[in-house]
Design a protein around this ligand. Structure first.
Ligand SMILES: Cc1ncc(COP(=O)(O)O)c(C=O)c1O
Length: 382
């Protein structure tokens, strides 16, 4: 009955969407899902599987899936409270840390309000202003591709409600020392919320991952955003958390979300992972070793390599600017996916997550080969 089908089609076309739907950018996810035949170096995931004890905890929790999970995430918050010495009332849990970011946008922003963040930075940040109708004020990174905090401080107005600082920054991998962030916080009025997105803090050697927690005692407007997705090898479980300077913010974040935002398996996995800090630290150390070795070897291929404090690196060259598509395609033919700078607003760059040392060895061989075969490859290969 073609007539009915056509009618259905027309009806779909006639839907009227909220104005924000035309503003909200589509998240540029890498095309890596389900491609286990490839080495996935595009999404800053951990190359290591979840710890065996975490998998056991997930299996042990599974029989209770016919019941809704604990809506208050009490066991996980208690463990995090012990770990960070922050009261459980000031800890928010999320379906990934992205969930908390978006909830913060919903709780704090509206038309007439302003949000400040650096650019380039995490691709989800533009979503917050687009969804709420607030004005996004983006501040370019400095000449070392780090947040320019003095310039960000100059953008604060009476309309500012939220400031996002990504440290270490995705996609540039660079970090600022905590002292610079502390100095910045002194200049921010108390009613302006500052989210310090620390998704990669476990890999940052500039400061201890626990050091920023002390700032919460002085700044009730501060939020430290953390995730189990990176160092803890659990991005598939979707669980993140925020250590907040104020209880009121935790309540507001929960008000704007659905009741059971963190599922049972995610809560169990994250709680179990916290019991195995030593093993997580060993994995982080392996990634940092890869970072050091990859940094030297990528530079030897003629690429500029940013000073990484994360589990990925950010490289650039004129040749990449001219031949980005070919480089990506040829790497893919050789079995590797990395992230294109142009997808992140920075043509001429590649973002490469560190893999296992065996994967990274093979990747370097493939990359050298790909670069050498480019028209001007001889300029790069030394
Ligand atoms: C800077 C930053 N923040 C937050 C996230 C979100 O992580 P998740 O939602 O998996 O916790 C990511 C993910 O890549 C990120 O790079």
């Amino acid at each position: 009955m073609p007539g009915v089908l056509a009618l259905r089609h027309n009806k779909a076309m006639a839907l009227e969407f909220a104005a924000r739907i035309s503003r909200i950018p589509i998240y540029p996810a890498a095309e890596s899902y389900g491609r286990e035949d490839l080495v996935l170096l595009a999404s800053n995931e951990s190359p290591y599987p979840p710890l065996p004890a975490v998998i056991e905890a997930i299996q042990a929790a599974a029989p209770a899936l016919n019941r809704y999970p604990d809506p208050t995430n009490s066991a996980l918050r208690r463990r995090l409270a012990e770990r960070h010495e922050v009261p459980p009332e000031r800890i928010a849990i999320g379906n990934g840390s992205c969930d908390i970011l978006l909830a913060a946008g919903e709780a704090l922003l509206e038309e007439g309000a302003e949000l400040i963040y650096a650019w380039p930075s995490f691709s989800v940040y533009p979503h917050l202003a687009a969804a709420s109708g607030a004005r996004a004020v983006t501040v370019p990174l400095d000449d070392q591709e780090r947040h320019d905090l003095p310039a960000m401080a100059r953008e604060i107005t009476v309309a500012t409600r939220l400031i996002l600082i990504c440290n270490p920054n995705n996609p540039t991998s660079t970090a600022l020392p905590l002292t610079a962030i502390e100095e910045f916080l002194e200049q921010v009025p108390d009613h302006v919320c500052v989210i310090l997105d620390e998704a990669y803090c476990e890999f940052n050697l500039l400061d201890d991952a626990s050091a920023s927690v002390a700032l919460l005692a002085k700044h009730s407007n501060l939020v430290l955003l953390r995730t189990f997705s990176k160092a803890y090898s659990l991005c598939g479980a979707r669980v993140g958390y925020a250590l907040c300077g104020s209880e009121r913010l935790v309540a507001a974040l929960n008000q704007v979300r659905q009741p059971f935002f963190c599922n049972l398996l995610a809560q169990s996995a994250a709680s179990a992972a916290l019991e195995h800090g030593d093993e997580i630290e060993q994995r982080v150390a392996m990634t940092v070793a890869e970072r050091i070795s990859m940094g030297e070897r990528l530079a030897a291929l003629g690429l500029q390599v940013s000073d990484s404090q994360a589990n990925f690196c950010w490289v650039s060259s004129d040749l990449l600017r001219e031949h980005e598509r070919e480089v990506l395609e040829r790497l893919r033919e050789r079995g590797f996916i990395v992230r294109a700078g142009s997808a992140l607003g920075s043509p001429g760059h590649l973002r490469i997550s560190y893999g296992t040392s065996e994967q990274d060895e093979r990747f370097l061989v493939a990359l050298a080969d790909v670069l050498e075969q480019l028209p001007a490859g001889e300029r790069l290969a030394r």
